[in-house]
Design a binder for this molecule. Structure first.
Ligand code: GLA
Length: 348
């Protein structure tokens, strides 16, 4: 195995972007960009030769400079929503950008971590890391935060994502990866015939604006019951207020494990291709987002992505945890190392 580095064009201010492609012995590959620490492509072999790219994305940097859907994104400093775009820490109130519904914060704000340049390098024959210091008060968050994300592709067909961070002041940190998957291929269209399994017996209840309010909903007897593998289309249009608020699935599932214990989070599969992904994480929650808000995006190889043509499984601390004391905290004390790992294991 070796990592291949190639030029991927330039940002609008003229900075050269590098694409790193890791290929394993089974012919699976993952391509990553030092712009945004983006997952640009995930190629898995086809049964009769060749490969399909199963991650939505763009062919050029210009696409990623807009990327309002967060295709392939490394999301920070805080993934998902913070109600009222504010939180208190050590008696100080921090105000964040109101970039969601005019009143809440989504995915940290601008500049999103997916639109910044990283120092990238290979780490051996099967891994690439990206690092950067997020300055004190960037997006409104306290503390200069050293951020590092490492992507490894193993010969067991696992994409291992490791997050490291350390801050020079007390802060919060909630990173995630926002890859949109479509096991039919990135241009495969509707994803609702995929089957999904999620190791969760509850979801966090959320407001109309998708902000968790601290309550939990048991999945049993609801469209959110994915404890046994279930096709997405079966319940996605059910008469359920939580589903209607989000236009489909866009909810945080409370994983059945100790909050920071590494364990099984869920799986998704597609019958006609025989492809399957198993997800493991040491984070307490996972947002299952069925791509409801993709309007029309001109993607790779001329593909046009629309509503529900890709889906995300974003491992995370529960959204709005910073304002809800009962949720596992994403507080990161000054000087303390933050380490977290999420694995997507592919089979076909
Ligand atoms: C997350 C959110 C969605 C949506 C996407 C970006 O998955 O939960 O509501 O905002 O990011 O389009």
């Amino acid at each position: 195995m070796a990592v291949v580095k190639e030029a991927f064009g330039k940002t609008k201010d003229g900075t050269g972007v590098t694409k790193f492609t890791i290929t394993n012995k089974n012919g699976m590959s993952v391509s990553l960009l030092d712009y945004g620490a983006i997952v640009q492509a995930i190629c898995v072999p086809k049964k009769n030769g060749g490969a399909d790219d199963i991650a939505l994305g763009f062919d050029d940097v210009a696409g990623y400079e807009v990327n309002s859907c967060y295709f392939g994104a490394f999301v920070g400093r805080h993934a998902n929503r913070i109600g009222g775009a504010r939180f208190d820490l050590n008696g100080t109130e921090y105000e964040l950008q109101k970039n969601d519904n005019g009143c809440n914060n989504l995915h940290g704000g601008d500049p999103g971590y997916h639109k910044l340049m990283y120092r990238g390098d290979t780490a051996g024959e099967s891994a690439v890391y990206f690092e950067r210091v997020s300055p004190d008060m960037e997006q409104g968050f306290p503390g200069a935060l050293e951020v590092k994300v490492t992507y490894t592709l193993t010969d067991e067909n696992e994409l291992v994502i490791e997050y490291f961070a350390r801050s020079d002041a007390d802060t919060i940190y909630n990173p995630t990866n926002h890859t949109y998957f479509n096991l039919l291929g990135h241009d495969g269209g509707d994803i609702t015939h995929h089957k999904v399994k999620i190791n969760a017996d509850a979801v966090t209840e959320s407001s109309k604006e998708l902000i968790p309010n601290g309550k939990f909903i048991k999945v049993e007897g609801t469209p959110f019951d994915f404890r046994e593998e279930k096709a997405i289309y079966l319940d996605i249009e059910a008469d359920n207020e939580q589903l209607k608020n989000a236009g489909g699935y866009d909810h945080n599932f409370c994983l059945m494990k100790e909050p920071r214990e590494y364990g099984y989070a869920g799986s998704f599969s597609e019958e006609t291709t025989g492809r399957r992904v198993d997800i493991y994480t040491d984070l307490p929650g996972m947002q299952f987002y069925s791509g409801n808000f993709i309007e029309k995006e001109n993607g790779k190889d001329g593909a046009v992505y629309t509503k529900r043509t890709g889906m995300c499984f974003e491992t995370q601390f529960f959204p709005n945890a910073v304002n809800i004391p009962e949720f596992t905290s994403c507080y990161l004390p000054k000087g303390e190392a933050f380490n977290s790992k999420t694995v997507y294991k592919f089979s076909w």
